[in-house]
Design a protein around this ligand. Structure first.
Ligand code: CAA
Length: 258
């Protein structure tokens, strides 16, 4: 596996694991960390042996947000010319499913990265928040948009305007996370969920992800049309023939991603 300065990568039978690794800064999302994350995502996205990705941090922090030390040095023209945080959107463009495994703090940009993932599995000690307002800033990596689409206006305004952190139970209740698990089982459970996905037919998995994401970007009728086209196109795959035949033969399906 490749080595990076601020992320660790591993593979687990069809699953690529990316671990954010700046422990002294609670995985604050520095320029270097985003570059490393993007390189690791590119590598797993290009690797045919990988069917799904897990993104995690440490037991104490998924990520405590953008690196405030780096941001402090930036003025308006700097962030404008650099298009600051545009590079963070790489995660949202990954076609393979990404499971976020969140323990500890997921704040600011850390919460926003989790919102770009497809499943969010939270440890019971996870804390989510958008505290940018307490810095005199506001969320800048999709927090006002993805959070509003995912949990609605009432909770988004509460989090974005007050900076209040919510715990794992509240995050699950409002629909920000998919599942809450004991902290000790977090990464194993996230890998298991990702392996389940990686063992399915890749064309159907990628199209299903694309269709669900379309729900957040288009009017209902447009989304339904997209779904119908993608659904129809899966009837052209060998895997759909195999999946249906296997069900009727009462045997496990052997998908070949074709
Ligand atoms: N940037 C840079 N360094 C950070 C950091 C961040 N976002 N978060 C934590 N750190 C550093 C601390 O400065 C500290 O470093 P030193 O040991 O060198 O002092 C180290 O990580 C440990 O942090 P604390 O001592 O603060 O740990 P704690 O357990 O007392 O508190 C915390 C934990 C509540 C997460 C607290 O660190 C905190 O509030 N962090 C900032 C959270 C934040 O405001 N995030 C939003 C960033 S803005 C953003 O993300 C913009 C965007 O939308 C794109």
């Amino acid at each position: 596996d490749a080595t990076y300065e601020t992320v660790l990568v591993e593979t687990h039978a069809g699953v690529g694991l990316i671990r954010l690794n700046r422990p002294k800064a609670l995985n604050a999302l520095s320029r270097q960390l985003i570059a490393d994350l993007n390189a690791a995502l590119d590598a797993f996205e290009a690797d045919d042996a990988i069917g799904a990705i897990v993104l995690t941090g440490s037991e104490k922090a998924f990520a405590a947000g953008a690196d405030i030390k780096e941001m402090q040095a930036l003025g308006y023209v700097d962030v404008f010319l650099d298009d600051f945080v545009a590079r963070w959107e790489r995660l949202a463009a990954v076609r393979k499913p990404v499971v976020a495994a969140v323990a500890g703090f997921a704040l600011g940009g850390g919460c926003e990265l989790a919102l770009m993932c497809d499943l969010v599995i939270a440890a019971d000690n996870a804390k989510f928040g958008q505290p940018e307002i307490t810095l005199g800033l506001m969320p800048g990596a999709g927090g006002t948009q993805r959070l509003a689409r995912s949990v609605g206006k009432a909770k988004t305004m509460d989090m974005v305007l007050t900076g209040r952190m919510i715990d794992a139970a509240e995050a699950e209740r409002i629909g920000l996370v998919s599942r809450v698990v004991p902290a000790a089982e977090l990464v194993d459970q996230a890998i298991a969920a990702a392996q389940k996905i990686a063992g399915l037919s890749r064309p159907s998995v990628l199209m299903a992800k694309e269709a669900v994401n379309r729900a957040f970007e288009s009017p209902l009728a447009e989304g339904i049309r997209t779904e119908r086209r993608l659904f129809h196109s899966l009837f052209a795959t060998e895997d759909a023939r195999e999946g249906m035949a296997a069900f009727l033969d009462k045997r496990p399906a052997a998908f070949r991603n074709r």
